[in-house]
Design a protein around this ligand. Structure first.
Ligand SMILES: C[S@@+](CC[C@H](N)C(=O)[O-])C[C@H]1O[C@@H](n2cnc3c(N)ncnc32)[C@H](O)[C@@H]1O
Length: 376
């Protein structure tokens, strides 16, 4: 093979000029040049823009752009003075499903990963990722991952890194594919052992539980305001409550659910998140709370599959809009996520109190629910 085999992008050991260096910083303590590395952000389909906007708030992130694969490619330089690991800031993103380090090798086919020099570089690269993430096992995701080439690559990684291979649950997720941005093949290595969307606070799971990155997006796009009195009717496992409380100051935050298991489940998660949020077992349509108690009501209504029934929803939705109208302030907002799109649109057309703006449609767990922001 005549082509060079060095990684094309900057790895811990070997870097290409042009991608690795942004020049010296001003203060003496930070005078070392920033070392940029390539990363990719994975978001739920439909939430790429929300996740990318959050990424843009991270210092020392540059580049970026949506790939055909749906990922957002960017470069990041760890702050040399940061504590908690080079990529700690990236692992705190709330709108992304996962973040991957990316290295590209100018090789014509995956078999070349098994060559002595390239294999050594790949293993060094994986060691640098494991050093940051503390992964205890790995797995491969690649077209033809059961081929002889990928089987041998798996064996080499297992033997040389002493890292067990778990086809389903492996913590270091390696995605191997032809590069979309340059010649060759790239290895994406998830920087955290679990996806970022799997929140550490989630000790209790419920059927119909909301993906936490969707909860983040609902709050972000509804507006995160210090003075908000916020209500989450039908709180289930507490995802919307906990995510909001982690996003910044607020005036009040209350959740209710009609099911005792849901209330217990949300309380377990709230404790695990070390938050203090009031949750009560009560019918959201009969809380007895005074008129105009809230500035923001945020809710993922039952969709009629995992939770509730289509017949039940036909009754629930109009009553819900009416009661939430009573509970919100005149300038209040109502953020709703639902998969009952026809029902929701019909019910909206039959009332005149609320106007709806579509915020996003997201692909999650085999569904395409839509999120609406309603105002009066
Ligand atoms: C789609 S789940 C909510 C999931 C939740 N966001 C989570 O992350 O786990 C809907 C919830 O609505 C609750 N529910 C249904 N009808 C209700 C009502 N009338 N009042 C209060 N809760 C209700 C169900 O018990 C269920 O927990």
């Amino acid at each position: 093979m005549s082509r060079p085999t060095r990684p094309k992008t900057n790895s811990a050991g070997s870097r290409r000029s042009g991608t690795s260096n942004a020049g010296p910083r001003k203060t003496k303590a930070r005078s070392a040049p920033l070392r940029y590395q390539n990363f990719e952000l994975e978001a739920l389909k439909g939430l790429e823009a929300v996740a990318e906007a959050e990424l843009r708030e991270v210092p020392s992130v540059r580049g970026g752009g949506l790939l055909q694969t749906g990922g957002v490619r960017f470069q990041f330089a760890p702050d040399p003075l940061a504590t908690g690991g080079d990529w700690e800031r990236l692992s705190r993103l709330r709108g992304a499903v996962a973040i991957y380090r990316v290295e590209t090798w100018d090789i014509p086919r995956p078999k070349a990963f098994l060559g002595h020099e390239v294999l050594g570089e790949v293993l060094d690269y994986l060691r640098s990722v494991i050093r940051q993430g503390g992964h205890k096992s790995f797995r491969l995701s690649a077209a033809g991952k059961d081929s002889e080439t990928f089987t041998r690559l798996t064996e080499e990684i297992e033997a040389q890194l002493g890292l067990p291979h778990h086809a389903e649950e492996g913590e270091l997720l390696l995605r191997i594919r032809p590069s979309e941005t340059e010649e060759g093949w790239e290895v994406l290595a998830r920087i955290t052992p679990r996806p970022l969307s799997a929140r550490p606070w989630r000790e209790c799971n419920m059927s119909g539980g909301l993906n936490a990155t969707i909860a983040y997006a609902m709050h972000k796009l509804s507006g995160v305001r210090e003075r908000d009195r916020i209500f989450n009717p039908m709180c289930g496992s507490g995802t919307l409550l906990i995510e909001r409380s982690l996003m910044g100051p607020l005036d009040a935050l209350v959740g209710v659910d009609i099911g005792p298991e849901a209330v217990a489940c949300s309380q377990t998660n709230i404790r695990a998140a070390k938050r203090q949020i009031e949750v009560a077992q009560i019918d959201a349509l009969a809380t007895g709370l005074p008129d105009r108690s809230f500035d923001l009501i945020v809710c993922d209504l039952p969709w009629g599959d995992a939770v509730g029934s289509h017949g039940g929803n036909a009754e629930l939705y109009p009553l819900f809009l009416q009661e939430m109208d009573r509970l919100t302030a005149r300038s209040g907002r109502l953020c709703i996520l639902t998969h009952e799109l026809k029902l929701f649109e019909r019910v909206m057309a039959e009332q005149s109190r609320w106007q709806a703006k579509e915020l996003f449609q997201v692909y999650s767990g085999g569904h395409y629910p839509k999120c609406y922001l309603l105002s009066k």
